[in-house]
Design a protein around this ligand. Sequence first.
Ligand code: NDP
Length: 315
Amino acid sequence: LVPTAIVTGASSGVGLYATKSLIDRGWHVVMACRDLAKASRVAGSLGLNPALFTVSHLDLGVQDSVRAFVAEFLASGRDLDALVNNAAVYKPRLTEPARSLEGYELSVATNHLGHFLLSRLLMAKLQQAASPRLITLGTVTANAEEFGGKVPIPAPADLGELEGLEQGFRTPVAMIDGKPFKPGKAYKDSKLCNMIISRELHRRYHERTGIVFNTLYPGCVADTALFRDTPPAFQRIFPWFQKHITKGYVTQELSGDRVAQVVADDAFAQSGVHWSWGNRQNGRTAFAQPLAAKAQHVARAARLWTLSEQMVGLP
Ligand code: NDP
């Protein structure tokens, strides 16, 4: 039987190459993308076999779109073996916050709230699979256990006491901690939410459902379109710097293959783990990396869960 994975943001970078690697491993992939024409085009340019993927519309910044995507998927009658929460936006040069349709700051709305809603709505379907997994892309810059997580440009990820969420997270509030808008930090905060929620899903659902909930840092994929809104000079220098100075660079192909390993391989069957291959990438094997205390604060995670439910209209 061919297992099925949903991959969000499969039209570019890590998600596209994860799609390719999963297909190479015998999976069917539902490419959940906001731009269907682009998704079909890039799948064609990699020569993916059209029988082994489906392109389906999903805009994570619009809650009705998430609900419509789930309804369409459930109506398709497909089984669901893995959900890969991969899509993200990073808009470090905004001077004013962009907003989702519901009025929330866009990077948190897309990267965190959209995936939170998607995960919750697919939970009942996912738990019907024989060995289901829900895998979420984390990142080094949101994990203070790693050097990258300590870099103060513009500031490390920090959710404070969730003051901004407590205030409703709509204009004029733009940051989870309620402080003034810092677009690069908003991205890091959203990724920290991804890692916190994955652990919270593990605590709440793993024993009951058997679903394996993991996050991973796939390495520094410095030449993806994630960096499309950074200054042009940064886009030239950053990949070079990561290749030759930090040696943290990985290709899009390798990052996608790492995602596919975490989705499909027996070696990654333990739940509640953050997988990493470290900073210097040459010849490294995966290891379970501890998360920073900020990601392990149980009471704050529970509060983030409750506030996120309210923001996406879950009972
Ligand atoms: P890309 O920009 O190449 O890919 C991001 C994907 O997300 C694209 O397919 C994009 O669609 C999609 N997307 C953006 N907004 C939405 C939305 N509202 N609804 C649906 N899809 C959306 O970035 P990467 O491949 O680099 O990033 C993928 C993941 O990997 C992210 O979670 C990122 O945080 C993580 N990551 C990346 C690292 C890196 O070094 N690049 C390092 C660590 C983690 P479209 O094609 O239409 O723009």
